[in-house]
Design a protein around this ligand. Structure first.
Ligand code: DX5
Ligand code: ZN
Length: 220
C-alpha cells in the first residue's frame, strides 16, 4: 500500500535513462515525472517525448505529474508516451471532469492535485473517478523546497472522506519529503510519497528508498 515515488526532477538530466534504470534497481515503487510548462508554474522541464524515451528503459509505474495550464490538450500524448497514472491540477484551465474522463477513457489512471492555497474539498466531487489525490506540500515548480507541515489536515481530510465513502484512493504528497518529514505525512494518511532531493541526493538511493518505505509503512 505504501509507495515511494522518486522524482526524476532531481536526477542528472544528462543521463536520464540510466537514472531511470537505476531507480528500478534501487527498489522504487513508482517513478514520479514532473512536467512543467513555464506558465502554470515558473519553470520548464520536459514533455511527452522524454516520457516516451524513458518508457523504453523501464517497466516502473510512471506517475506523471502535469503542472501545465491546459492538460486536456496533452493527455493523449502523455498516455501514448507510456504514462500509467496522470495527475493534473484542479487549478488548471481545462475542464476537470472532462480531463479525468479523457484520461480514463484512454486506459490510464487519473489523479487530481491541489496546490497549497486550494482547499482539498475541491477534489471531493471527483473522488469516485480518481485513483489518486495529490496534496502538494510545496508550491509546485521546483525541487528541494521545504515541506509545509500545515498541509497535513488536508491529507487527513481526504483520507477520512475516502474512508467514509468506501473508496480506495491513493493519497500522495509531493514536496520536501525526507526522513525528517515522512512520519508526519504518513501519519496524516499519505501512502504515496514523492521524494526528489532526498532520494537522488542520498549517498545510497537504495537505502534511502528502503528507509522511507519502512518509516511510512508503520502507519498502514
Ligand atoms: C515540485 C515537484 C516535485 C519535486 C519534489 O513542483 O512537483 O515533484 O520534484 O522534489 P523534493 O522532494 O526535492 O521536494
Ligand atoms: Zn511532482
Amino acid at each position: 500500500m505504501v509507495k515511494i515515488s522518486p522524482s526524476i526532477l532531481s536526477c542528472d538530466f544528462s543521463k536520464m535513462g540510466e537514472e531511470c534504470i537505476n531507480m528500478e534497481k534501487c527498489g522504487a515503487d513508482w517513478l514520479h515525472i514532473d512536467v512543467m510548462d513555464g506558465h502554470f508554474v515558473p519553470n520548464i522541464t520536459l514533455g511527452a517525448p522524454i516520457v516516451k524515451a524513458l518508457r523504453k528503459t523501464s517497466s516502473l509505474t510512471f506517475d506523471v505529474h502535469l503542472m501545465i495550464s491546459e492538460p486536456y490538450k496533452y493527455i493523449e500524448d502523455f498516455v501514448k508516451a507510456g504514462s500509467d497514472i496522470i495527475t493534473f491540477h484542479y487549478e488548471c484551465d481545462s475542464d476537470v471532469e472532462k480531463t479525468i474522463d479523457l484520461i480514463r477513457s484512454l486506459g490510464c489512471k487519473a489523479g487530481l492535485s491541489v496546490k497549497p492555497g486550494t482547499p482539498v474539498e475541491k477534489v471531493f466531487p471527483y473522488l469516485d473517478k480518481l485513483s489518486m489525490v495529490l496534496v502538494m506540500t510545496v508550491e509546485p515548480g521546483f525541487g528541494g523546497q521545504s515541506f509545509m507541515a500545515d498541509m497535513m489536515p488536508k491529507v487527513t481530510a481526504v483520507r477520512e472522506e475516502c474512508k467514509k465513502r468506501g473508496l480506495d484512493v491513493d493519497i500522495q504528497v509531493d514536496g520536501g519529503i525526507s526522513m525528517k518529514t515522512i512520519d508526519e505525512a504518513a501519519k496524516a494518511g499519505a501512502n504515496v510519497l514523492v521524494a526528489g532531493s532526498a532520494v537522488f541526493g542520498a549517498e545510497s538511493p537504495k537505502d534511502m528508498i528502503a528507509s522511507l518505505r519502512e518509516a511510512a509503512a508503520k502507519y498502514f
